[in-house]
Unconditional design. Structure first.
Length: 338
């Protein structure tokens, strides 16, 4: 049975490399589903056993078995954190996998189902294949809609991504001399001054310049640059999104991490209000204590990434969306809300 959160086409593309498998577990019906790729990773022939999360958990090497992945805890936690551990297959061979999952909850905070993905990273070659597959996917997106994401380690820039150079049709040396050269002349000074101020103060840069592309077209673009901090609160790198204005921006990976670091207590309170949740509801949905939720909303947990991440993950799972408007303002929304 194909897990309900993934289409057959998506599974076929992702699992064609033999590296990925996915699972789901509906709590009310106690309904389990594994993708074909998960059977392969676990070393269990498809059709010989019934999909069951408890069986998946039993195949984790005893020395690596994390309590957060236990069947009991999954029905109460609000987040399944990213972890790496070994799978001990029935034939006694070992595979190393990365795991990522989440709990879906009802608007009242009741856990409904869990789903997740395992990625086989047993050797460097497999990991390289996974990275190559991701690069091919990103390249396909760029070729189709001319949008891409990249990472910049420092500012002022010393290098530019290949996609940016291809998009604007300029040499890196030309951009080092004038980074805003692709922006039409009438807007150049405005966006240069705005961007410099945001970069120097480590604020989100969100601009809507008109760019001159390599083919000579002038097209309105959205450029979002989000600073990502390390565990000590020091700037680690910038994650950038560049795409036509009409495309929706979906934060993921480092971009999502950077956006989450900017969320404050009032964002969490606003999200709760849209869900008609109390602090106790968010506590149950996230698996955090009531006092932690209260400190998060008051700003007292600003430097505890794990607590903030669990609270935000629970809100996202319940349908909350965090997005950017022009400038660096983060807005909170929920589809269908008045």
């Amino acid at each position: 049975m194909v897990p309900p959160f993934a289409s057959v086409e998506t599974l076929r593309l992702l699992e064609g490399f033999g590296l990925t498998g996915s699972w789901s577990w509906g709590f009310a019906e106690n309904e389990h589903a594994w993708s074909p790729g998960l059977f392969r990773i676990l070393g269990v022939p498809s059709g010989t056993v019934r999909a069951d999360y408890r069986l998946l958990h039993s195949l984790i090497h005893p020395a690596d078995r994390p309590s957060t992945m236990s069947p009991a805890s999954n029905q109460h936690a609000g987040l399944l954190t990213e972890q790496t551990f070994r799978i001990l297959r029935p034939d006694s061979t070992l595979r190393t996998v990365m795991s990522r999952g989440e709990i879906i909850v009802s608007p009242t905070g009741r856990p409904l189902r869990a789903h997740g993905v395992l990625i086989d990273v047993s050797d460097r070659e497999a990991l390289a294949q996974a990275h190559a597959a991701q690069r091919r996917r990103e390249r396909a997106i760029f070729e189709k809609v001319r949008a891409f994401t990249s990472t910049t380690a420092i500012y002022p820039f010393r290098t530019f991504s290949p996609e940016w150079l291809e998009l604007v049709g300029l040499l890196e040396a030309e951009l080092l001399d004038e980074p805003t050269r692709p922006v039409v002349a009438t807007e150049r000074r405005h966006w240069r001054d705005y961007g410099c101020e945001c970069y120097q103060t480590h604020q989100i840069v969100h601009t809507l310049p008109t760019l001159t592309l390599a083919n000579g077209e002038t097209v309105p673009y959205r450029m979002v640059m989000i600073p990502v901090l390390d565990g000590q609160g020091t700037l680690e790198h910038w994650t950038n999104y560049i795409g036509p204005v009409g495309l929706p921006v979906r934060a993921a990976g480092p971009m999502l991490e950077g956006l989450e670091q900017r969320l404050e207590g009032h964002h969490i309170r606003a999200a709760r209000a849209l869900l008609d949740w109390s602090m106790a509801d968010l506590s149950r949905a996230s698996g955090l204590s009531f006092s932690t939720i209260r400190r998060l909303e008051g700003g007292g947990e600003a430097l505890v990434p794990s607590s903030r991440h669990r609270a935000i993950a629970a809100l996202r799972a319940a349908g909350i969306l965090f997005s950017l408007v022009e400038g660096s303002t983060i807005v909170v929304g929920k589809p269908g809300a008045a």
